[in-house]
Structure formats: C-alpha cells, structure tokens
Design a protein around this ligand. Sequence first.
Ligand SMILES: Cc1cc2nc3c(=O)[nH]c(=O)nc-3n(C[C@H](O)[C@H](O)[C@H](O)COP(=O)(O)OP(=O)(O)OC[C@H]3O[C@@H](n4cnc5c(N)ncnc54)[C@H](O)[C@@H]3O)c2cc1C
Length: 554
Amino acid sequence: MPPTHEVFNQPPALTGYDLADDQGMLSALRREGAGWAEESVRELGRLAGSARVQELGRQANENPPKLRTHDRFGNRVDEVEFHPAWHELMTVAVRYGLHAAPWRDSRPGAHVARAAGFYVWGAAEAGHCCPVSMTYAIVPALRHAPGLAGRFEPLLAAPEYDFGLRPPLTKRGLLAGMSMTEKQGGSDVRANTTRADPVPGDGEAGANAYRLSGHKWFTSAPMGDLFMVLAQAPAGLSCFLLPRVRPDGTRNGMHLQRLKDKLGNRSNASAEVEYDGALAWLVGEEGRGVRTIVEMVNVTRLDCVLGTATGMRAGLTMAAHHAAHRTAFGRRLADQPLMAAVLADLAIESEATTLAAFRLAGATDRAARGDGQEAAFRRLALAATKYWVCKRAPAHAAEALECLGGNGYVEESGMPRLYREAPLASIWEGSGNVAALDALRALTRQPESAEAFFAELDQAAGADSRLDQAVARLRKELGDPSEARARQLAEAMALVLQGALLVRYGDPAVADAFAASRLADDGGPGTWGRAFGMLPSGIDTAAIVSRATPHLGG
Ligand SMILES: Cc1cc2nc3c(=O)[nH]c(=O)nc-3n(C[C@H](O)[C@H](O)[C@H](O)COP(=O)(O)OP(=O)(O)OC[C@H]3O[C@@H](n4cnc5c(N)ncnc54)[C@H](O)[C@@H]3O)c2cc1C
C-alpha cells in the first residue's frame, strides 16, 4: 500500500456494541415495571449493534421497495416488492414482539418492555418500524368491533412475520396499516370524500359490511393485511377495517397507484391508493369514525416520541464515538471544551427525551390496565411531548451530523439517513401545529388531564428551584390559552415534564444541566436555545458525555 493510503486519525467502525447499554433507558425500563424484560432488550441491543444488522439497514434503504401494479398478462397485482434485508428486519421485529404482542401479554410492564425493544431496535433501521408501529396501534381502535378484534387480534399479536397476499385468516401473522389522509386534507380528516355504502351480507364477526370508493393520498406500508380506513357512511365519517385480500381469497378493490418518492424513510413504502368498491367492515359506530381512529393515532404518537428518542440516541452515540477517537489541534475532539459542550447538550436532549418517552410508555401500560389517572396524564403529556421532542429532532440530527465533520455528510456514515428521517415524526400523526393545538385542547377541555399533568409535576416540587419557577411560570402562562400561543404552551409543558422526570430519576449531572439550560429564566445573550452547545458554565460536561460514549465489544 503506498504511504498516502495509510489511514489514521479515523475512529474504529461503530459496530459490535450493545445498543441497550444505555443507563437512562435501562433505569426507566426497570422503574416503569419491565425490569423482567432486560435480558431480551439487551439481546436485541447487541443484535442491533452488530455489523450484520447495520448492513441490513443500509441495504434496505439503498434498495427501496418497488411497486408492481400489474402482472405480465395485464392483471392487477398491486403488490410491493422488498429487498430481502427488509424482510429480515421485519422478521426480527415481529419475533421480539415489537408489534401488537403487548396487547395479548398480561404481564404488567408489557408495553414498556415493547417500548424498550422498539427504542433499541429502531436504531438499526427506522423505516420498517412504520408497519410494526401501526400493527401495535390498531388494536385499541379495533376493539371497538369486539367480534373483529376477537378474530384478528391473535394474528396481529402473533410473533410470526408472514409476508404475502393471502386471506388474513389463513396467515400465521398479520400486519396493519392506517388509511386516512386524502389529497384535500390530512389534518382535517373530516374533509374526507371516500364513500362507504352499506351492503347486506358480507359481514364479518358481527360487523356490518360496506363498499368503499375513493382515494387516499398517503397509506404507508400498503403491503399489510388489514387497514383502518376512514370513509363517509350515511351517518357521517366512520372507521372501517379493510382486508387487502377478501376472506374468499379474491383481491379486494384496493389499487396502489404510486409509491411516494420520499425525503427519507426510503426502505418503507408509502402509497397512493384507490378504493374501488372495496369490502370493509364497520368499526365502532357509524358517524363516530374520528373518535374511533383517534385511539390508533394516540398509540402511533407514542411511537413518534419513542422513535425520536431512538434517533437522538443514535445520532448522539455516533457523534460521541467519533469525538472519542478523532484528534484535532493536538487533542481528542471530546476533550475540546466547546465540543464537550455540544456533545453534552446533545446528550441532555437525548436523555430528557428518553425519560419522557418511557414515562409515557409506562402510562400507556397502566392506562391499558384500567388506570384512569394515568390515562388522563397521558392524554395531555403525550400531545405536548410529541409536539416538542419531534420539533427538536431535525436540529439534534443536524448537530450530531456536524460532529463528524465532512464524514457526517457522507452517506456511508449513516448520518444522512438519520437526518432525512428526523422531520418525519413531527409530520405524522398530527403535524407540529396540530399536536400543539391538541395539547391545548386537552388542557382546556379535559380538566382531569390538566390535573393529572400538574399532579405529576407536583411530585418533583422542591427538588430544584429552577424547575419550581418554571412550573410557576407555566401556570401563569396558562391564563392565556389562545390558539396562536399553542406552541409556546406545549413547549413549556414538555420542558417542565422532562425537567420533573430528570430531577426525580435522571443522572444528577444531566438533571442539573437540563435545569440550568432549559428551565432557568436568566434571559440575555448567551442563554441556551439558539444552538446546541450553549450550556452555562459549571456543567460537568465530561460526566455527561461519558454516559453517551459507546463501549465497543460490549
Ligand atoms: C412518509 C409519510 C407517510 C405517511 N403515511 C400515512 C399513512 O400511512 N396513513 C395516513 O393516513 N396518512 C399518512 N401520511 C400523511 C400524514 O399523516 C399527513 O401528511 C399529515 O397528517 C398532515 O396532513 P396534510 O399533509 O394534509 O397537511 P395539512 O393538513 O394540509 O397541514 C399542512 C400544515 O398546516 C398545519 N395545520 C393544519 N391545521 C392547522 C390549524 N388548524 N392551525 C394551524 N396549522 C394547521 C399542519 O400542522 C401542517 O404544518 C403520511 C405522510 C408522510 C409524509
């Protein structure tokens, strides 16, 4: 090798480590009642950190799905073809129960265990988490049609990935999707024009049958088996379960027109769909479709928060790893005070997001077991947290990318994929404004939610004066809950919740830095907020960064 090709001052490949070696996540897992799942989460973490799985993630994204609308004879096929890497990733996700499995698991903490698996495994590849998430989310909505739930839930929860076009009840496991958004309105689903005409007969498990005609502008994971669809029935907008293949084995009238050419999330398929007299069964009451499907949306929102926590942790890990091994100006990057401040700030954001995500997963678990207080807490806390952490994701990813310098801008570093994925969670399941307005709605119209939220904050009262003052400021701000201020209020609510969790359960250095940077009301130039890395002096950045630096060979 000529001497010009000698490679030095480049970090070792970040492979062969345990992605679940994450102290903030592991203690949250135990605290929220799923310590029993630690070994399985660790196993998944080691798998996700392996060179082999990282390669699967690359392949799945560099070989995006292809739509086959017709076969060679001109018959409609409407199938999506995936690279084998996608199928392997899906097989693992389903085998570890990251889809609907917790709904059939009576162990307290089952949803938290699943959240930890989702958080860890999502770092391997984000796109395939979409069908996994929708399959998780469909169950609470489907239970509005108990007969259909009784029939399909066991298959939605089965640990078997069984790809292909066959009648649902003949498969070993099922995947689900959600079909709401139309060209003329996504947030405003009441603008839907897809029609649902009742048809006598063809009912399934006690649910009435309809024929759906219309289009959907976005339907992700169209290779799924069952879809929750909104359509206008005689009594108004209603929710339907639509199988891709009819029970008699014939293809349903669900035609895939195109796949979207997306910014990121490229391993996954998102389609434009035409429904042409497609058979579907009513879920919930006619005319109450939004109320029914919101149950699905609320669960996917949890995954938006978890997925964002995953992305932040992945970016932070790559940045901390690079800085631990790269030298500039005679010192490791991690030892340069300004780089340490940037990394610490990224770590604080990541850890605060992880804590909030797991608190919400715990609330989901307890709410699913009938805890009304936790359901009320989750209602407001999830909307506000979804708004804020998803908003932070693109800035976090960009800053983490920059820590790698030019290497971060190059595809094979993995950073561009992370960066392209980052804005998506904020658009999905209630774009920024819609999520903030939803938080405001919960705050003003559901007093039990506001009470539960403040009761949570009260538990941290007295632990940190900066937090106490931020909570007092928030209470004052709530005197003007006008729509135009929804972002301000949602951000403030999310920040005090993160602060309260960190003060109670977080690493002391992280909690202190969070309060000093995000909660203290110092004002004036140089205060935190305009870019990462503007922490006040006196923060133990080395301690914070060391928590985020991966240990290879673990
Ligand atoms: C990759 C991808 C996959 C998707 N997969 C699916 C899927 O599987 N199923 C599905 O049904 N949909 C899916 N969607 C669609 C997605 O849910 C919608 O794009 C989203 O809900 C926003 O709707 P819209 O695009 O119609 O934008 P609009 O509703 O037109 O919103 C545009 C902007 O206006 C803001 N806005 C809306 N209302 C208000 C208001 N009252 N006040 C202030 N601001 C407001 C929004 O926050 C947004 O910023 C997907 C989208 C993407 C990008």
